[in-house]
Design a protein around this ligand. Structure first.
Ligand code: SF4
Length: 309
């Protein structure tokens, strides 16, 4: 029963802050990318927010040029960092001028190949996505934007226009969705959301298991629910419509992907695989064939039964 995960959270499971904070407001969790927290302000506040302890609580970081300069200096001195994600809070609550100052400073760093912004503004404050904003953003390519979507009802004409403007500015768009009990934790709702996103040129990117945030237990679902939804999408609809289902592991473990079991075992050299309809297939695993006494025959794979030609 889905209610089994909804009891009070055990204290040891409660997320208690980002690890890997190198300078205030900069999280360097993964080898080649950093999360740059540029504001604690949002245009809406989500009870299940993974950073709810810091958004708009008035006792956090200053989020001023002094703090941003320190973060930028860290990035300048970290040649391994090729990808910078502006987040917060919501970076699109900053003025165009401040946002441009940040983007232009980051764009000057030669080893930074790729800039990203995480935002919910196109969904809850779509009028923020003005022609002036998109004209400015397109000067800082390659720039990608991840948009926080929750439900197909958010795909309004205003949000569609906002996403159109961003996509027309050449900005690749991805979605981030948190799996929420009673909101989007059923296949039909999730499929309508994912299909609707593709129609407005947003690629479904991540489906997050709801983090164990204090006060959010009523939103949390068992992991099996998310796996059931992914199983209901994969194979049954367009591959582009299937997001990666992940847990952001408490204690700074990072994102861990969760997949239904498609590998069911091994029989000798054959891998046993289950397809989306539950039928089992054998696959000659090249790891055991190439260079062995039974050489791998690529031709038979391309033209024979089950080949791709
Ligand atoms: S908009 Fe994003 S950062 Fe702001 S409260 Fe919601 S999830 Fe958190």
């Amino acid at each position: 029963m889905s209610g089994t995960s909804r009891g009070p959270l055990r204290k040891s499971f409660v997320s208690n802050g980002p690890s890997f904070v190198c300078v205030p407001g900069l999280v360097h969790r993964y080898p080649d990318r950093v999360l740059f927290l540029v504001t604690d302000f949002c245009s809406t506040y989500c009870r299940y927010c993974t950073r709810s302890r810091m958004v708009n609580n008035g006792k956090g970081l200053p989020f001023d040029r002094g703090q941003w300069e320190k973060a930028i200096a860290y990035i300048e001195n970290s040649p391994a960092v090729r990808d910078v994600i502006l987040s917060g809070g919501d970076p699109l609550t900053l003025s165009d001028e401040i946002l441009e100052w940040l983007l232009s400073r980051l764009r000057k760093i030669r080893h930074v190949e790729f800039l990203r912004i995480g935002t919910k503004a196109p969904v809850v404050l779509p009028q923020r996505i003005t022609p002036a904003l998109t004209r400015m953003l397109k000067r800082y390519h390659p720039l990608w934007i991840s948009i926080h979507f929750t439900h197909p009802d958010e795909l309004t004409p205003e949000t569609t226009l906002a996403c159109d403007r961003l996509a027309d500015a050449g900005i690749p768009l991805g979605s981030q969705t948190v799996l929420l009990s009673g909101i989007n934790d059923d296949l039909d709702t999730m499929k309508r959301l994912m299909h609707g996103l593709l129609k407005i040129r947003v690629k479904p990117y991540y489906l997050y298991q709801c983090d164990p945030i204090l006060g959010s237990s009523h939103f949390r679902t068992p992991v099996g629910k998310g796996l059931e939804i992914i199983r209901g999408l994969r194979g049954y609809t367009t591959g582009y419509a299937v997001p990666s289902y992940v847990i952001d592991a408490p204690g700074g473990g990072g994102k861990i992907p969760l997949l239904p079991e498609y590998i069911v075992g091994r029989d000798g050299d054959d891998l046993l695989l289950k397809n989306y309809e539950g039928n089992t297939y054998r696959y000659p695993d090249p790891g055991d064939w190439i260079g062995a006494d039974r050489p791998y025959n690529a031709t038979s794979r391309c033209t024979g039964e089950g080949g791709r030609a």
